[in-house]
Design a protein around this ligand. Structure first.
Ligand code: NAP
Length: 267
């Protein structure tokens, strides 16, 4: 909003202060909780905008404002922040969403916007866990046929093609939305589900489908931890993809620390 005044032939342009925005990069349960907390503690002074990639059909309840879809790369993200008056960016994306975190790092540096990343702690390995850590999905697909014949696959829709070569494996695939294209491997079944999941239900699911291996990413977080406990109880091996490196710059492992950081930016 701006106000123009004409005085003695001179045009004076006075900018009225806009209400500034906190930009939360979302797509996770933690981002919803973070936006909720920001609305409660800072909603009277700032707009809280959660940005979603738009991968899921019905993302669920979201506090504050929501914008959906990619920004169109780093420079358009920087421009969005300038146009929207973003005073801080809180990156609460999934640990495997490395591209958007890197884009945010560069865009914030360009636009002079302070940024922090909320990075979930890794899951802790318990004595009876049989975790086989793998550097990437291709490595999992390469060793999987020697480990399991009936596999519970929980890596997300966009990663299924990595298992196209596993022709003799039967997959139980869990996705948030049912896919609209056929599975890229010959044998399997899709179920839809969104965390949090309970241990007993995960155990029952694996028993019912005679699962003999679990494939997942080292995502961390409470919402999807139950499958690891179920696998431990059933003595099932877990092929787990290692995380990409955390974004550089300020990082916190809990929502309270992110909110404290934000307070320091604006007081
Ligand atoms: P990615 O590879 O890091 O990002 C790919 C592109 O998607 C980005 O360059 C950006 O497009 C757009 N994008 C991603 N997250 C966005 C966001 N929050 N707001 C606006 N644009 C976003 O991301 P991904 O691994 O595909 O994950 C997509 C989203 O799903 C993330 O927000 C993440 O939190 C969530 N998620 C991911 C996983 C996973 O395993 N990767 C699991 C659960 C949830 P532009 O370059 O056009 O801006």
């Amino acid at each position: 909003m701006s106000l123009s005044l004409r005085a003695t032939g001179v045009l004076w342009r006075m900018s009225a202060p806009e209400r500034r925005a906190i930009l939360v990069l979302g797509g996770t349960a933690e981002a919803v909780k973070l936006a909720d907390r920001l609305m409660t503690e800072w909603g009277d002074r700032f707009d809280v905008v959660t940005s979603l990639a738009g991968r899921t059909q019905a993302p669920g309840r979201m506090p504050g404002e929501v914008r959906v879809g990619g920004f169109g790369g780093v420079s358009l993200m920087a421009r969005y922040m300038e146009d929207r008056g973003v005073c801080a960016l809180l990156d609460a994306t999934h640990p495997f969403a490395a591209q958007i975190s890197e884009n945010a790092r560069i865009a914030c540096a360009t636009a002079g916007v302070p940024r922090i990343a909320l990075v979930r702690p890794l899951w802790e390995h318990a004595p009876n866990d049989n975790w086989l850590m793998q550097p990437d999905l291709a490595a999992v697909a390469a060793v999987l046929p020697g480990i399991g014949k009936r596999v519970f696959l929980t890596v997300g829709r966009t990663n299924l093609s990595a298992f196209a070569s596993c022709e003799d494996t039967w997959f139980l695939v869990r996705l948030i939305d049912m896919p609209d294209t056929p599975l890229p491997f010959p044998a399997g079944q899709v179920i839809s589900g969104r965390g949090p999941f309970a241990v007993a239900a995960e155990q029952r699911l694996m028993e019912e489908h005679k699962i003999d291996a679990l494939v997942c990413k080292a995502s961390g977080g409470e919402a999807t931890r139950a499958k690891l406990v179920a696998a431990r109880r059933l003595g099932i091996p877990v092929l787990m993809v290692e995380r990409p490196p955390a974004p550089t710059g300020p990082v916190a492992d809990n929502i309270g620390a992110v909110v404290d950081w934000f307070e320091k930016q604006v007081t």
